[in-house]
Design a binder for this molecule. Sequence first.
Ligand code: PMP
Length: 407
Amino acid sequence: MPSSFQHWDPHPVAITSARGAWLTDVDGRRVLDLSMGFGAMLAGHLNPAIVGAVTRALETGTLFVTPSPVANPKRPSDSSAGSASTSCASPTPAPRPRLYALRTARAFTNRKAIIKIEGGYHGGYDALQVSVKPAVADAGPEGAPTPVTPFDVEAGTVHVVPYNDLARLEQLFDQYGAEVACVFMEPVLENIGIVVPDAGYLAGVRALCDSHGSLLVFDEVKTGLTAGAAGASQRLGITPDLVALAKSIGGGLPLAAFGGRADVVACLSDGRMPHFGTYNGNPLVVAAAIAIDDIATPEALGAAEQLNITAMRAIDEIIATHALPTHTVGFGVKGAVTWSATPVRNYRDYKRTDFAAAELSWLWGVNRGILTPPGLDEQWLVSLAHTADDMSLLVEEFRELAGALRA
Ligand code: PMP
């Protein structure tokens, strides 16, 4: 069953093949891919290193459900705890890592409640379905949002805070701190464009968690390797207790993982929170993860980030020349045009952005052979396969759009 995200209005684009940064659609049209599997295809489509590693893995078996040096390899970087690199995401690549990260936090703290960010998306686990994209009319005051739970969800106790708002977080901790297992959040929000933390915000969250005995869980599914070779945590200098990873660390295969502080992940092996799953540690996806870990070097990621910065600076100039009420935001190899004259610091700011302009801009690109993510809430990804010429296509397409808007 395809993901609901594969349907978009007015018509989804159907793709038959992909290589590097380019897709071919059912009509034989070549499309520049800047969605890149919602950010999962960091390596580029059919990257030879990934294809080679997976092909070799196919020759030795795809599932043993036993301990295996192939499925649980020791890597030279295994000692660098806190890094988001795949090799450090102990204990094993696993399906549903957000669910397990949350349950691990509960098992470790012996508490059940969680705090999440309004507008934060973390996949399908019930507790994390609260206030993902609530209607503002249902969501209470901006500074003290009410949790909004879809009808079919049994969430447990979930408190919701605005991103970049330490005062509200502190109030909730003062009131409920003794019950809170963890703050579960993306360090940089990447499901409402790209929303970066204010200076000192994440350090403040870290300190509040510590003073109330709660864990800090970073969902780095979207940041991960796209934020740098050791993820957003390292880039921003804040170490979470647990980290959930997926997308970019899998080289395009369906890999997800979580890991973190040794005394916390000990819950998984000492019986407090067993971790089951037929496909856990699947050798095929582990082969892909090792290959991407090898090729996503700081140098390779730095070069892709430079292409991203160059494209964003060119788009900034076009925005300034045409006096458009919009701006670019980038983080690592990801970038977005946010249709608002002022920075977006949280979900309510995002809801005040110009969605009609965002949709127009997206359709403008699709009609000119450039596919950015369809949801109007994600960001483009400059993969290891994109070139300066590819990124110029995005810039020139934006220049045309800006001219048309001001014509
Ligand atoms: N966490 C975040 C931050 C995400 O952006 C996503 C997907 N966009 C998920 C979790 C869920 O990942 P998956 O779709 O692989 O279950």
